[in-house]
Design a binder for this molecule. Structure first.
Ligand SMILES: Nc1nc2c(c(=O)[nH]1)N[C@@H](CN(C=O)c1ccc(C(=O)N[C@@H](CCC(=O)O)C(=O)O)cc1)CN2
Length: 281
């Protein structure tokens, strides 16, 4: 069997097209959604993701503001910047591009963003709401993963979802979102013993461990749905956390890298920003 590819690039384009009409509706009420992106330092990947966010905003009609600061910025200076944006009525969403320098507390920064402008969905209040199934801003990558599964009409009810990775921005929340969809969820991580015994039981395998080609065909059950959240650069080429060529012969569905989950991350950020602007009404 060769897996059907879950094309995130195509779904992202379709969703962005649909967003344009929502934004036109908001314009009738004199509302232009606004997103502020804070970029610290000169990490090349972060610069590229931020450029992607700005380009996507322009494409659908979201006003975006880029605040660039050097690595030497203090935590206090950054918090003051966030306070200013929290008060700015033209800004519906604020995000600080991660990672940030080690001398700044990531948690302090996340918690300073007003929960009603936290379009990354990282604030503890929004995480709590996600856990209880209340409407809130969902973290963009996990949100994108679930949207891709739904678009392909993949039934999640009662399915065994195994998550490889436990980061705060992907692993933990994607498990929670799948639990909210009535999947049975198991988490694996770097300290898990006999991981293959768990991954081979997965109907749905989500891989976000940050190691190139970590999951191979031997780790996958025949017919499983495999979602690769990894983005690694090896010898100047992008690859995921899944050995694509081997796993595609065993999985029923598989996300490619690039062109899978990545483009959905930015698209769900746009969705959250529009959702925030709609609450101005
Ligand atoms: N504040 C945040 N920081 C980070 C997040 C986040 O959601 N919020 N996620 C990642 C980076 N990220 C968005 O910020 C992101 C990653 C990947 C892509 C993407 O489109 N990837 C492409 C490949 C692009 C390439 O050539 O490198 C793909 O997979 O097809 C978009 C956004 C960490 N930081």
């Amino acid at each position: 069997m060769s897996a059907t590819l879950l094309n995130g690039k195509e779904l992202a384009a379709k969703k962005r097209e649909q967003m344009k009409s929502k934004i036109e509706q908001l314009a009738v009420e004199n509302i232009t959604p606004g997103l502020a992106v804070i970029l610290i330092g000169d990490n090349a990947a972060s610069q590229s993701y931020v450029r992607g966010k700005q380009k996507a905003c322009a494409e659908v009609g979201i006003y975006s503001e880029l605040i660039e600061r050097p690595d030497s910025i203090t935590e206090q200076e950054l918090l003051v910047e966030i306070d200013r944006l929290n008060e700015d009525p033209a800004i519906d969403g604020i995000l600080v591009q991660l990672p940030i320098p080690a001398h700044i507390s990531e948690q302090a920064v996340i918690e300073r963003i007003a929960p009603n402008k936290d379009v990354d969905g990282f604030h503890p209040i929004n995480i709590g709401k996600m856990m209880t199934g209340e409407k809130t801003f969902l973290p963009c990558t996990p949100y994108g993963v679930v949207e891709m599964l739904k678009e392909a009409s993949i039934d999640l009810e009662g399915k065994h979802a195994v998550i490889v990775g436990r980061s705060n921005i992907v692993g933990k929340p994607v498990g929670q979102l799948l639990l909210n969809e009535n999947a049975t969820v198991t988490y694996c991580h770097s300290r898990t013993k006999d991981m293959r015994n768990l991954t081979t039981q997965a109907d749905i395998l989500i891989v976000a461990i940050g190691r190139p080609k970590f999951v191979t065909a031997e780790d996958v059950k025949e017919g499983a749905v495999v979602v690769d959240v990894g983005i690694n650069r090896v010898d100047g080429k992008l690859c995921g956390d899944v050995d694509f060529d081997g796993v595609k012969e065993k999985a029923s569905y598989l996300t490619p890298v690039p062109g899978g989950v990545g483009p959905m991350t930015i698209t769900m950020l746009l969705e959250n920003t529009i959702q925030s602007a709609e609450s101005r009404k």
